[in-house]
Design a protein around this ligand. Structure first.
Ligand SMILES: CC(=O)N[C@H]1[C@@H](OP(=O)(O)OP(=O)(O)OC[C@H]2O[C@@H](n3ccc(=O)[nH]c3=O)[C@H](O)[C@@H]2O)O[C@H](CO)[C@@H](O)[C@@H]1O
Ligand SMILES: C=C(OP(=O)(O)O)C(=O)O
Length: 433
């Protein structure tokens, strides 16, 4: 991803974190919801707690591109989407200049199929995480009656779907966006759809609640076995997006790394799944009081090493494996990280090693030899989560760390530098002319 070199993060390490941080609305819930809003043939959708991140901007640009009227009231963190006029099949195209910049673009396909009878994606992007197929999505659409043609050379996918009917669907592994996309394809299809081996992520449940409020008939969310009864039409509603558990996890781990005592407003400990217990074993203290999660780590007590295996929710989230790798460099002993979802995430190891870490990668396993004293360096963000994790490493490194391209961090974390700075960190986001 060559765009976005103009932003970088500069961190000077050595300060503890104390105070209050606001956890943003969930990126991985708002992106499917912007896609779902386009299913509404009447009214205006009002989404609240929308994070001010680049992926949201790209998604809103795509919504406008296909014919919706969109307003993003940033100060109110509210997006208003009017999709009532959608329908011109000429506009059923997701162009590469927007679609290739984030993975969530694939979440627009169901709305285009239902509202325009066809869809074309001219390149799906996303983080640079190695192989990321979309076969579950396309095979599912085909089972509901769509004709899907892939042009691998040009990275174009053309889908013809004059009408969709319910069917029996399954996922080989419980794909997060795959589940959301198949549900969205089924809600306006004729008849009943069953989706087996569906994802259990809290964002999937939030999307189901949103669709149900719009009039969709969906049952079994959170069980792995979802049933959808097609309805004639969906109407626009208001919905407040759940808080971002990955953003919460990153702030919790930043507190653990730097030491200190931080209140995370909006964070939900239950949504951290296994990550909560791994951090607990390392020596991070949590206590939830209503909508506020307190995180504390006494920097005079050494952190214990950890073993973690990434897996779908409620397993250890792959998105949190990167900050855990950074944190593990500080722990007293060897940590073992198994990455079963995205092989590309281990690109972080080389960057952390430039900062003085001792991390060995063997296939899908990384061994982090701690403790190491990190020192500042110029390092490269390969994807959103490695970018955030390098900023996190910079908080404890001696001297100055510069992380670029900053665009990748901005894809998924809102006001990242200013929220960390409010806790006492020395982090700035620089815009190069
Ligand atoms: C926008 C969004 O919500 N992104 C999240 C979503 O991505 P995303 O939904 O793309 O991730 P999936 O759950 O689909 O991917 C899981 C695994 O299944 C594979 N796979 C997936 C679909 C498919 O058709 N074929 C296939 O082989 C993928 O390559 C990967 O190895 O879940 C990931 C795993 O929790 C997170 O890291 C991402 O932050
Ligand atoms: C991989 C991520 O995002 P996306 O699926 O949008 O690429 C992520 O959030 O870490």
């Amino acid at each position: 991803m060559s765009m976005g070199q103009e932003v970088r993060y500069r961190v000077r390490g050595g300060r503890p974190l104390n105070g209050t941080a606001f956890i943003q609305g969930a990126k991985n819930a708002v992106l499917p919801m912007i896609g779902a809003a386009l299913l509404a043939s009447k009214g205006r959708t009002v989404l609240r707690n929308v994070p001010n991140i680049e992926d949201v901007r790209r998604a809103l640009e795509l919504a406008e591109h296909v014919g919706a009227k969109v307003e993003f009231h940033e100060a109110e963190r509210t997006a208003v989407i009017d999709a009532s006029r959608l329908g011109d099949p000429e506009r059923a195209v997701l162009p590469a200049d927007i679609a290739a910049r984030f993975r969530g673009s694939v979440l627009f396909v169901p709305a285009l199929m239902h509202r325009m009878g066809r869809a074309r994606i001219e390149g799906v992007g996303g983080c640079n995480l190695g192989s990321r197929k979309l076969d579950f999505h396309y095979r599912g659409f085909a089972r509901l009656g769509a004709e899907v043609v892939e042009d691998e050379e040009r990275n174009h996918i053309t889908i013809d779907a004059p009408s969709l009917r319910g069917g029996h669907l399954y996922l080989d592994t419980p794909s997060h966006t795959g589940t959301e996309n198949l549900i969205m394809a089924a809600v306006l299809a004729r008849g009943t759809t069953v989706i087996e081996h569906a994802a259990l992520e809290p964002e999937v449940i939030d999307v189901i609640e949103f669709l149900r409020a719009m009039g969709a008939k969906i049952s079994g969310g959170g069980t792995g076995f979802i049933t959808v009864e097609g309805v004639e039409e969906l109407t626009a509603v208001e919905h407040t997006i759940m808080s971002d558990r990955i953003d919460a996890g990153v702030f919790a781990m930043a507190t653990a790394a730097a030491g200190g005592d931080v209140s995370l407003v909006g964070a939900n400990l239950e949504h951290l799944g296994v990550a909560r217990w791994k951090l607990d074993q390392m020596g991070v203290e949590f206590s939830q009081q209503g909508a506020v999660l307190h995180v504390r780590r006494d920097p005079s007590v050494p952190m214990r090493p950890i073993n973690a295996v990434t897996s779908p929710y409620p397993g250890f989230a792959t998105d949190l494996q990167s900050p855990l790798m950074a944190l593990a460099t500080l722990a007293e002993g060897e940590s073992y990280l198994h990455e079963n979802i995205y092989d590309g995430r281990f690109a972080l190891a080389d960057e952390l090693n430039k900062m003085g870490a001792k991390i060995e990668v063997e296939g899908t396993r990384a061994i982090v030899h701690g403790p190491t004293e990190l020192r500042g360096a110029e390092v490269a963000a390969h994807d959103l989560r490695t970018g955030a994790s390098l900023v996190l490493a910079g908080l404890v490194a001696e001297g100055e760390t510069v992380v670029a391209p900053g665009y990748l961090v901005d894809r998924g974390h809102a006001q990242f530098a200013s929220r960390l700075a409010a806790l006492g960190a020395d982090v700035t986001r620089e815009h190069l002319a």
